[in-house]
Design a protein around this ligand. Structure first.
Ligand code: HPA
Length: 251
């Protein structure tokens, strides 16, 4: 996983259902053995480079995290010849550096999700298969993201542990205390099984996390509102767009 082949896709999360800087060339509907992806894959040009884009929650942002067909999304991208995936994901900030609007490039994951279709190695197998997942993100692509963020002068955290929770509800304050004790820096609902499925398909997958809010029981507010989340994401996404601009021109 040390060299980066060129074909790149971006999976957009909450706050990034559309990539305004993408010059759209065509949309492609892909049917997969695992069902329908979140929508057609958009092929386009981003700062002069060919990129594919798929909004994880659908173009209308109406697919909740536990209902995203992660297997279909990743299978469709690989079917189209994609080798690299940058997944953008909104998170709640747990550790003190993870303040709202900041971006981070996570380097580890703890999975708290349940009952999601989380593997391709499920039935009709020739042999039981276990992928290595010691380092859940593609080292080469993560390195590119960290380097690009630095050279663009962005205030991005170069690492952090991502807690993947089931959702769609946000967490209790006690759950966040437990995640912190476990060593988690940020919490989101979509990082798994996406990262593991990408590894099962041998795709080079890394993520940009955007802090939408202080996680439950952190920060000054007693409750977390959707309007607060949207406002912070809008600001954070400007950094994501800048980071994508720098990174695509280097891949
Ligand atoms: N928890 C889980 N997922 C999230 C959060 C959160 O606080 N904010 C944005 N996605």
């Amino acid at each position: 996983m040390n060299s980066i082949p060129s074909e790149l896709a971006i999976i957009g999360g909450t706050g990034l259902t559309r990539l305004p800087t993408l010059k759209i060339i065509r949309r492609e509907v892909v049917h997969t053995p695992y069902g329908e992806p979140s929508g057609p894959v958009t092929h386009g040009e981003l700062f002069g480079h060919q990129v594919a884009f798929i909004p994880r929650h659908g173009a209308k942002h109406n697919i909740p995290p536990h209902r995203v067909n992660y297997r279909a999304n990743l299978w469709a991208l690989r079917h189209l010849g994609i080798k690299n995936i940058i997944a953008v994901a909104a998170v709640g900030g747990i550790s003190s550096e993870m303040r709202p609007c900041r971006i981070a490039i996570p380097d580890q994951i703890i999975d708290y999700t349940w009952s999601r279709m989380h593997t391709y190695f499920d039935e009709h197998l020739d042999a039981v298969t276990h992928i290595d997942f010691s380092e859940p993100y593609c080292r080469a692509l993560r390195g590119r993201l960290v380097g690009a963020a630095q050279s663009a002068g962005l205030d991005a955290l170069p690492k952090g542990v991502y807690a993947a929770t089931q959702g769609p509800r946000l967490e209790t304050a006690a759950e966040i205390n437990r995640l912190e004790k476990d060593g988690c820096d940020m919490v989101g609902m979509t990082g798994m099984p996406e990262a593991a499925l990408a590894r099962e398909l041998d795709l080079c997958y890394a993520s940009i996390a955007v802090v939408a809010n202080w996680a439950a029981g952190r920060g000054e507010r007693e409750t977390i509102s959707l309007s607060e989340i949207s406002r912070n994401l809008e600001q954070g996404m400007n950094q994501v767009k800048r980071l994508l601009e720098v990174v695509v021109t280097r891949i």
